[in-house]
Ligand binder design. Structure first.
Ligand code: ASP
Length: 439
């Protein structure tokens, strides 16, 4: 049955199912790791067989919808926004908040890292080798925002390029008057159809999430933490603090209840945790913000894909803590100017970080390079990055959601009743009929 959270199965809501699948996946995966034989049959059949196949299909199905969803919902969003000035205001506010929250995230991370001093006393044994991939330069990122071929942009899922194209298309539709309205009707109908597709795929989430998480934990026991426990804890503490302080403050300033926000964001955060990809999570984030938190499509269709692409507070936090960790391991003293450089570069780096698993590590090379730290240091933390990636991607998503709610509220594009009501349902394509919408 379809309900306001997406789906209602019997007595349990969809979010509850996903969260339970996540917990069960962790427990089952850890058990497999502790009791199982890595070269045994169970591993070959279950972990690298069934879980792998199911997990990959689930991620592919999510990714499959991202490009059409972003294009179509953004075109619809822009046309309903009306004029260029409104878009300029929404765009300006969103960009500013994305940058500000990321800068705060790194400052918090640097503070916590100095408190925990991860990496002090870390034994460097043997030669450390890390091949750093070349991160794109800032000018490349800027130039690369405008697609020279929109079809290629869509084929390669170049999110910023798709956003630019969709914005222009939306405006042109508005400018084209009567003829534009025909096109708009088509896009509006297509939007409904794609939302249905999103909905169908999201239905399978409990299975997909369980498979992905079980496999990760089966392959990666917690013993890997070992000497990196300090680093792991520092990143986790900074992530939690950012979630509890920065986003809470932001929502409170907008007059919104943080607890209502966090409870409803559990679903996209669980998806982000299991897929480690902000981009693959876009359909769920967009769906939750619109249908569960009452954000109008005119804001969410723009802020969500943009946020998934450029707003990565969790990634910036990892980069801040990792910089201090590498400095401690190699015995470098970071001075005030270095910290400023880290704040600036990590903010820019998180903009350029692709919204896919482990992308944050590539950009970390840029941050380390800027303050003269050995890039090989990345090799030391790579082993536990898989786990941290899951956590930081959840925070990346929460950041997109918090800024979206702030912007929507201040733009009069947020339905407060829906936001506050745990069982509220919008007249969204999710609800197939009024009775199904009851929950
Ligand atoms: N996995 C992160 C994301 O998709 C990026 C990263 O930090 O590696 O948001």
């Amino acid at each position: 049955m379809l309900g306001q959270e997406g789906i209602v199965f019997g007595p349990m809501s969809f979010t509850q199912r996903v969260v339970i699948a996540m917990g069960a996946g962790i427990v089952f995966g850890v058990l497999l790791n502790l009791l199982g034989d890595p070269d045994g049959m169970v591993n070959a059949f279950l972990v690298d067989g069934v879980f792998y196949i199911v997990g990959q299909i689930f991620i592919a199905a999510l990714k499959m919808m991202v490009v059409p969803l972003v294009l179509v919902s953004l075109v619809c969003g822009v046309t309903s926004l009306g004029d260029l000035r409104a878009l300029g205001r929404v765009g300006g506010k969103t960009l500013l908040l994305y940058l500000m929250t990321t800068a705060i995230a790194i400052m918090l991370a640097l503070g916590i890292a100095n408190l925990f001093s991860p990496g002090e006393g870390f034994e460097l044994s043997g030669e450390v080798v890390f091949e750093a991939a070349e991160p794109p330069s800032f000018s490349e990122v800027l130039i690369g925002m405008v697609p020279d071929n929109p079809v290629a942009a869509m084929a390669d899922a170049q999110m910023l390029q798709i956003i630019v194209f969709a914005l222009l298309l939306g405006f042109s539709i508005t400018l084209a008057g009567k003829r534009g309205r025909h096109v708009l009707n088509f896009f509006n109908d297509l939007n409904e159809v794609i939302m249905k597709m999103v909905f169908l795929v999201i239905r399978t989430a409990p299975v997909g999430v369980f498979a992905l998480i079980s496999r990760t934990f089966a392959n990666q026991g917690i013993d890997i933490l070992g000497p990196l426990a300090g680093y792991f804890l520092a990143v986790t503490a900074a992530l939690l603090l950012h979630l509890a302080l920065t986003y809470t403050a932001l929502l409170k300033v907008a007059g919104l209840r943080p607890i209502a926000f966090l409870l409803k964001m559990r679903a996209p955060m669980s998806f982000a945790f299991s897929t480690s990809s902000s981009s693959a999570t876009i359909p769920v984030t967009l769906n939750t913000l619109k249908a569960r938190l009452g954000v109008d499509n005119s804001v969410a269709a723009f802020t969500v894909p943009l946020g998934a692409t450029i707003n990565m507070d969790g990634t910036a936090i990892m980069q801040g803590v990792a910089t201090v960790f590498v400095a401690n391991v190699y015995g470098f003293d970071l001075v005030f100017a270095d910290y400023l450089t880290v704040i600036l570069t990590a903010t820019l780096a998180s903009i350029g970080t692709a919204a896919v698993p482990s992308a944050g590590l590539i950009m970390l090379a840029m941050v380390l390079g800027q303050v003269g730290l050995p890039v090989e240091g990345i090799a030391l933390i790579i082993g536990i990055d898989r786990l941290l990636d899951m956590l930081r991607t959840s925070v990346n998503i929460a950041g997109d959601g918090a800024v979206t709610c702030f912007v929507a509220k201040t733009e009069g594009a947020l339905d407060l009743e829906v936001f506050n009501d745990p069982s509220a349902v919008l007249n969204s394509p999710q609800a197939e009929s009024p009775s199904e919408a009851q929950r």
